[in-house]
Design a protein around this ligand. Structure first.
Ligand code: ASP
Ligand code: MG
Length: 420
């Protein structure tokens, strides 16, 4: 008998018919003898609606009272799902974050989970109940309701999985699993039966909006198996597993594209120790979320240039910071380029294959796509390109790395073994 966490996102509980379908599905799993804890999001669009509602009476859009307000979205779906399960003849009980005792930090709208109490949930499971838990929410030690940040129900599901020592966490989505590329852009994109935690983590950070990166990281640390599958069919979906569980890799597992990127360059600033620290402290104070950073000292004597990227939501703040910084240094200037996308290839197999980056650059060049900045890790290469070329870029790379076809079966050894 397994203990399974099933997480259903906003689309999967987006209306009453879907909630009824989820109830049937949950009962089916429980009927196999497994203990099931279900974590739900608010109905699709509901969290946005609540934010707008709050904004009609407040100039703010987050903080303590917003968390009280936003947490109601998940309260509704939790109760409706428990009712629907009971209507089908199975016993169910709903718990809000504070009822489970999901204790968080006091950072409203972006709280971190500090501990999860398992007593009440285990008791209910042992008494034969299906337990339905509200995602995205918790409470501080003092009892204030908190939320975990947008998309935070994924984090609730994995945190519960870890605390309850679940056998796996299943994420039910409106897609079949993790794809080699966005199927809307790449018609021959394939679903990947398995990806490693590291690949999933990179993909999440690089813009694949399938799982919250914080939940992937938590699952990886605890070696908790994850499955991403559709709530609309019974396809097996994608398993997120350790490297040891994948016997062979293609160099590239998938292509991801992160939209709305901005590049800011500070030109001809003094080249001496402490300057970079000063620049990025100023930027951090303005709460700008920096992604890539490149410094290049080959300019004029004792001068350097540094470029960074951020999301376009931070464009105004980044421009202001650049103005402020360059005003301090005579002869320096800044340049801002918006309308960029970050196109990335991700694959644990990159550690085994050489020439992956050059293949990427060659393919992009052949299509006349300019690259404005490059960033790499051992399992990804990211290129900043003009937004208008992003779909062409995704398709080009998907072709050149032959992701549309079944992967060639090469040396059957793990990346770990190869590194030894
Ligand atoms: N309802 C929250 C949101 O829309 C949390 C979630 O869906 O995971 O961000
Ligand atoms: Mg979500």
């Amino acid at each position: 008998m397994a203990l399974i966490i099933q997480k259903y996102g906003g689309t999967s509980v987006g209306n009453i018919d879907r909630i009824r379908a989820v109830a049937k599905r949950v009962i089916q799993s429980a009927g196999r003898g497994d203990k099931v804890v279900v974590v739900v999001s608010a109905m699709a669009g509901e969290t946005n609606r609540l934010i707008e509602l709050g904004k009609t009476v407040s100039r703010r859009s987050e903080g303590r009272e917003f968390d009280v307000l936003l947490a109601t979205g998940e309260q509704v779906t939790t109760a409706l799902l428990a009712l629907a399960i009971e209507e089908e003849g199975r016993r169910a009980v709903s718990f809000l974050g504070h009822q489970v005792q999901i204790t968080t930090s006091g950072a409203f709208s972006k709280a971190r989970i500090e501990s999860v109490n398992t007593v009440r949930t285990l008791e209910a499971l042992n008494d034969g109940y299906i337990v339905v838990v509200a995602g995205f929410q918790g409470a501080t030690r003092e009892g204030s309701i908190t939320t975990l940040g947008r998309g935070g129900s994924d984090i609730t599901a994995v945190a519960l999985g870890v605390a309850l020592k679940a056998d796996r966490v299943e994420f039910y989505k409106d897609v079949d699993g993790i794809y080699t590329a966005d199927p809307a852009v790449c018609p021959d994109a394939r679903m990947l039966p398995k990806v490693t935690y590291e690949e999933m983590l990179e993909m999440s950070y690089l813009g694949a909006k399938v799982l919250h990166p914080r939940c992937v990281e938590m699952a990886r640390r605890n070696r908790l198996p994850l499955i991403v599958r559709s709530s609309l069919n019974f396809n097996p979906g994608t398993s997120v597993v350790t490297e040891e569980e994948i016997m062979e890799y293609a160099a590239v597992a998938g292509i991801v594209c992160d939209k709305n990127q901005v590049k800011v360059s500070l030109l001809n600033i003094p080249d001496k120790p402490g300057i970079l620290a000063g620049v990025f402290t100023a930027i951090a104070e303005d709460e700008i979320n920096i992604d890539m950073i490149v410094e290049d000292t080959t300019g004029a004597d004792r001068a350097t240039s540094v470029s960074f990227t951020c999301g376009s939501a931070d464009l105004g703040a980044a421009e202001k910071a650049a103005k402020k910084i360059t005003a301090k240094y005579p002869g320096s200037s800044y340049a801002v380029r918006s309308g960029l996308n970050k196109l990335s290839i991700v694959g644990a197999g990159m550690r085994l294959h050489s020439g992956v980056a050059s293949k990427m650059f060659t393919a992009l060049a052949r299509e006349g796509i300019s690259v404005y900045m490059v960033n790499t890790s051992d399992i990804k290469v990211s290129c900043l390109i003009e937004a208008k070329y992003s779909e062409l870029g995704v398709r080009t790379l998907h072709d050149v790395f032959e992701l549309g076809k079944p992967q060639p079966r090469k040396a059957a050894r793990t990346a770990k073994a190869a590194r030894k």
